[in-house]
Design a protein around this ligand. Structure first.
Ligand code: ADP
Ligand code: 5GP
Length: 208
């Protein structure tokens, strides 16, 4: 079975990355989401093992020392990391895996130059709209909103380092662009649009 691709997706907080990913995962076959480890507290409605593996600082640091993370970073005052073992399991099943990681984590992976890794950046249509979305989400206190807005200015400067830029103005259009990217990357890896390897026997091209 051919290994899946890794899709690294970064965006300023509030740009709509989680909303887009949820829709994309429901719309496209053979995609998986990489559930990161974090020391941040769960938000209302989040559950352990679904959005994140919520761990304390000592557990995170222990994993870091054991080299358990493919990449990790401190973002907005909390630690976040991607488990090497989880990604390996998903890719080996032929799944394309989406990693929701910040620009620092994306840099680390760019430097590793792993094959089959695609970098996507999601931008909000404007700073004013980003602020509206962060407040509209209603999950973060004012000082957190301010910190995320000031980090956004710096993060937007990194958009040029990514393979694809998607502006999340109309939600459905942004999801459609991401779907197109996944299908195009599958074709590059000579897989079917559904992510499965092409089956020469089923197509009647079996060697004589
Ligand atoms: P992120 O995961 O990037 O931090 P979210 O997915 O939580 O962002 O989205 C932030 C807020 O913006 C949410 O309330 C979400 O419903 C809203 N949102 C997302 N995409 C759009 C869009 N295209 N138009 C308007 N609101 C959006
Ligand atoms: P949030 O707390 O809003 O869920 O996420 C905050 C930031 O942490 C986002 O930019 C998100 O992409 C990033 N993030 C989430 N998981 C990881 C991870 O495993 N590694 C890195 N480097 N960043 C992550």
């Amino acid at each position: 079975m051919s290994r899946g691709n890794l899709f690294i997706i970064s965006a300023p907080s509030g740009a709509g990355k989680s909303t887009i990913l949820k829709k994309l995962l429901a719309a496209v076959d053979n995609l998986a989401f990489s559930v990161s480890h974090t020391t941040r507290a769960p938000r209302p409605g989040e559950s352990n093992g679904r959005e994140y593996h919520f761990v304390d600082r000592a557990t995170f640091e222990g994993m870091r020392e054991e080299q358990a993370f493919l990449e990790w970073a401190e973002v907005h005052g909390n630690f976040y990391g991607t488990s090497r073992a989880d990604i390996e399991t998903q890719q080996a099943q032929g799944l394309d895996v989406f990693l929701d990681i910040d620009v620092q984590g994306a840099h680390q992976l760019q430097e590793q130059r792993l094959p089959g890794v695609v970098f996507l950046f999601i931008a909000p249509p404007s700073l004013v709209e980003l602020e509206k979305r962060l407040r509209g989400r209603g999950t973060d206190p004012e000082e957190t909103v301010q910190l995320r807005l000031s980090n956004a200015r710096r993060e937007m400067e990194d958009a040029g380092r990514y393979d694809y830029l998607v502006i999340n103005d109309q939600l459905d259009e942004a999801v459609e662009v991401l779907r197109a990217v996944v299908i195009a990357e599958r074709c590059k890896a000579r897989r079917s649009p559904n992510g499965r390897p092409i089956d020469l026997v089923a197509l009647g091209f079996a060697p004589q």
